[in-house]
Write a protein that binds this ligand. Sequence first.
Ligand code: ADP
Ligand code: MG
Length: 693
Amino acid sequence: MKDLPNYFGCLVFNDKVMNQRLPKDIYKQLKKTIAEGKSLTIEVANAVANAMKDWAVEHGVTHYTHWFQPMTNITAEKHDSFISPTNDGGVIMEFSGKELIKGEPDASSFPSGGLRSTFEARGYTAWDPTSYAFIKDGILCIPTAFCSYTGEALDKKTPLLRSMEAINTQALRILKLFGRDDAKKVTSTVGPEQEYFLVDKKMFEARTDLILTGRTLVGARTPKGQELEDHYFGVVKPRVVAYMKELDEELWKLGIYAKTKHNEVAPAQHELAPIYTSTNIATDHNQLTMEMMKKVATKHGLACLLHEKPFAGVNGSGKHNNWSISTDTGYNLLEPGKDPYENAQFLLFLSAVIKAVDEYQDLLRISVASAGNDHRLGANEAPPAIVSMFLGDELTGILAAIEEGRNYSRRAKCEVEIGVHVLPKFSMDSTDRNRTSPFAFTGNKFEFRMPGSSFSIADINMILNTIIAEELCQFADELENAEDFQKSLKSIIIKTIKEHKRIIFNGNNYSEEWVKEAKKRGLLNLKSTVEALPYLTAEKNVKLFEKHGIFTETELHSREEILIENYSKIIHIESLTMTDILRKQILPAVMNNIKDLSASAASLKSLGIKFNYESLESLVSLYQDCEKATGELEKVVFEAENLGTGLEAAKYYKSSVIPAMEKVRLYADKLELKTGKKYWPFPTYEDLLFGVN
Ligand code: ADP
Ligand code: MG
């Protein structure tokens, strides 16, 4: 990687390539389309398609795909070759503007939440020119949005793009009020920190639970876990170093700004963070990053686990979503700034975020709800299920002073006048860090720490963009009609602090006291996915999404249906996998141990040697408890299967199937500790967590 700057993005049809390869006027028109979100003429599309094809063919590419993001957290692709028959029985390579702009995959097998019945299963994919095409596995991938024939969104990209439009519109209204006419576009930006585990591939393959569910369903704790705190930022092992190096290189080729890598808290856990970019592109890049993490692992004889909780007893994996908004003139709107004028604008944007997080706690909670993440949130390793925000002492102090109409003094010496015109000057104390907060202000951006490691960040940012757009819209409505701008501005800020300060909490979010305090403050505590999901279609949320053109009520209901169904499906798969492992692997293995122990006992007895049967008896009794618990699990799963796919079924999975699984696990883990190593049918936690060197 000697020539990284030239190598970077070599598999991307990016601006540089377009500038080189497209006729000047076509290039200009395309740029204009991208910048202003206008639709393309067919002439431009044809020229772009042809240049894209020529470029791809030079890279040995024979196929293209419309690359899209259905409601699954992963991406989808269907490959078509460029070949077109000629009269003489040969072929030429062709790719038209029409093929670039629009695809028509038969979409009947993607989740649609009842939006599309199979007889009208046509969907279409539409080119998203704001995210560059790229080459992956020898295929030209064209980022697209995926909709039903009647225009309903069937993917995660469409609503995300709609939400970016919403925040652009509303933020520009606010900027105009502050006289910032130079900004033509406001974009939300994201840098997602991605956590993951690496285990040996052979060991991974020996575990049905990891293969089928992505997490270990049984497994006793190891004598050593993460208690010595020796893994976080520790020296990376050689095999992992080689893996991380190749991963970086693959990501760089795809134009992904992979920047930071280090060991995380749990043994075998690591993190990768890219440099932030526009939300839309960051979302595509994060999907590609997760895919590459898995692919590169295989090449190194490793398996990459992206599940939120692959192992009990050590930390699970999250994805910290660092979010901000900035103008096309390069100005970060969450940067506190230096002069009071900038401060006032900053405080207004900050107020919008505070109000949004408080009023839409439910939506933020839903954006991170899944069966996998339920193991993590509130488990003393990740933020609790209660949404709150951290602003740090300085900013909280300033807000309190503004609310009470008194002077704010950071140090006794520097008193700051809070008048009508002048909001206080301040500098952020960047040492102020709170790792337990779900939503922390970190100097010039917010770090949302609840998302799970396997999530697409599309929904999370679609919700952030939308709720903040809504608050900016309300502020703009008021300020545009204000007789006295300064006065209204101040009153909006004070009102917001007064009404929404309950959402601000700078203390330890992992503590019991906070749970009680949050309840007193009337904050939501939606402990599990099943409790959270029904809020998606609450009246206020339907109104919000319809107002900003993100979802129609029908689309929103379909999303809720998909999420609920997905929850049940995951637990169904897990419970079947568990009973399978117990019946086919664990119970027979333990019986072998019992058989050998009994035979030894019998022969000792025949020799007249006294034998203490206690260990044998306790093993047999545990075996029986475990078998009984397995039978009970099978019974409740059968019950669950009869309940269909709606909320009732999801509730039953939560209240009956999960506890039955926990019981089986309790006995299975006890059995593991009492069974001889040579009998145990698959790699243990010790093998998995400490097996890569
Ligand atoms: P830490 O682990 O200390 O929180 P990292 O360096 O691992 O920090 O990650 C911080 C992330 O925040 C990076 O991806 C970084 O690019 C991103 N970030 C920085 N500034 C912004 C911004 N204005 N908007 C969005 N993300 C940002
Ligand atoms: Mg980090």
